[in-house]
Design a protein around this ligand. Sequence first.
Ligand code: TGC
Ligand code: FAD
Length: 393
Amino acid sequence: MPFEGVDFYGIDALLTEEERAVRDAVRTWVDNRVMPIIAQHYLDGRFPAHLVPEMGELGVFGANLPVEFGCAGLNNVAYGLIMQELERGDSGLRSFASVQGALVMYPIHEFGSEPQRRRWLPELARGRVIGCFGLTEADHGSDPAGLTTTARPAGDGWVLNGGKMWITNGSSAQIAIIWAKTGRLEEPDSIRGFIVPTDAPGFSARDQKGKLSLRASDTSELVLDNVPVGPDALLPGSRGLKAPLKCLTAARFGIAWGSVGAAMACYDEALRYAQTRVMFGKPIGGFQLQQARLVEMLTEITKAQLLALHLGRLKDGGTVTPQQVSLAKRNNVQIATDIAREARRLLGANGILAEYQAMRHLANLESVYTYEGTHDIHTLILGEDITGLDAFQ
Ligand code: TGC
Ligand code: FAD
C-alpha cells in the first residue's frame, strides 16, 4: 500500500513545489523498489546493491551539491526530505546515501582540489563509484582526536598505516576517505584527509559479521598496511580535526531528517494495525491505552518534523551551527527509537516479525543512536554550548 505521509500540522504547505516534488519522487521509488524487498535483505544481512544505480539516476547522492559537478543542486530542505524518505524504507539505505553524499562527496567538494572534484564528484553522484569514510578506529570512537592511523611523506606522495573500524560501505567502496595524522600522534591538528583507492596495495576490507542492527548495510573493518598513494590523494583543504567534524555535521543533518522517516513508517504501520486488529470484540485502536500510544507517537513526530524543517531553513540561510544540528540529531533519533519500540509493542506478537517494519526500524535505530556521535556525546556537545563548560575530559 503506498505511503500517504504523516502531516498533522499541514507542514506540506510550508514546502515549495520543488521540495514536495523531490520528496514525492523518492517516496514513490521507495514504495515501489524498496518496500517489496527490504525485509528479505535485512534477514539475509545483504545491502540491496542493485538499487545503487537507480539511486544515482534519482539524484539522491550529494543532492545538495552543485549541478556543475553532476549533482542535483537542491536546497538542504529537499536534501533532508530525500533522507527522510530513504530512511522510511530502511536506515541502511539512508546510511548508504549519507556516507556517499555527506561523508565522501562533501569533503571532496569542501576540501578537495578542482581536479579532484571534477574527477570524482560526477561518478559518485551517479553511483558509478562508491565511497566510504574512515574516521573511527577500534580504540577511538567518540574521541577521534586520538586516532592513530598515520600518513608519512614518501617520494612525492604518502604511505598510510593503521586500521579503521565500523566503516559503512567499506567492502563495496572503490575509494575511501581516510583520516590520518601526518605529524605526531598527540597532534590532532595534523589530521588530514586522503582519497585512497581501495585497490591500492596493502589496503584490505573485511565485513563485520554478526550484526543485529543495520543488517541491510555493509559495515567493515579496514586495514592499511603500508598503502602508497600519490600526491593527488591528499585533500589539500583538510587540516586538523575540524575537517572530519565538519563532514559529521553534514551527515548528522541528514540523520535528523532520516530518523523522522523511520518514525513515520512505524507510526503509519501501528495506526493501520490498531484500526483493524480486533481483540475483546473491537479494534484495539478503540482502547484508550492504544490511543494514548498513537497520540504520543504523532505528537513527537510532529515536533520532530518542525525541528527538521526549521533546521533545514537555517542551513539554507547559512546560519546553522553544529550544536543546532546536534540538538536535532539527538532528539529525532531518540523519539524515532521510542516510537519504533512502542509500535512494535502495539503490534503484539506480529511486531517481532520481519513482515512488519517496526522491529527492523527499532534494531536499526540502535545503530543510528550510536553512530555520528552517540546520544551521550550530543548531550555533552549541547551541555558545553549552553554552560561554556567542557564535560568531555
Ligand atoms: P574540539 O576541540 O571540540 O573541536 C576541534 C575543532 O573542531 C571544531 N568542531 C566542529 N566543527 C564543525 N562541526 C562540528 N560538529 C564540530 N565540532 C567541533 C571546534 O570548534 C574546533 O575548532 P577550532 O577552530 O577551535 O580548532 O574537539 P574534541 O576532540 O574535544 O572533540 C569533540 C567531540 C567529542 C564533540 C567530537 O570528537 C565528536 O563529535 N565525537 C563523536 C565522533 C563521531 O561522531 N564519529 C562519527 C564517525 S562517522 C559515522 O559514524 C558514520 S555512520 C554512517 C552514517 O552516517 O549513516
Ligand atoms: P565509545 O566511544 O567507546 O562509547 C561507548 C559508550 O561510552 C557510549 O555509550 C558513549 O556514549 C559513552 N561515552 C564515550 N565518551 C563519553 C564521555 N566523554 N562521557 C560520557 N559517556 C561517554 N565510523 C566511521 O568513521 N565511518 C563509518 O562509516 C561508520 N559507520 C558506522 C556504522 C555502524 C553500523 C556503526 C554501529 C558505527 C559506525 N561508525 C562509523 C562508528 C561510530 O561513529 C562509532 O561507533 C561511534 O562514534 C561511537 O564510538 P564507539 O562505538 O567506539 O563507542
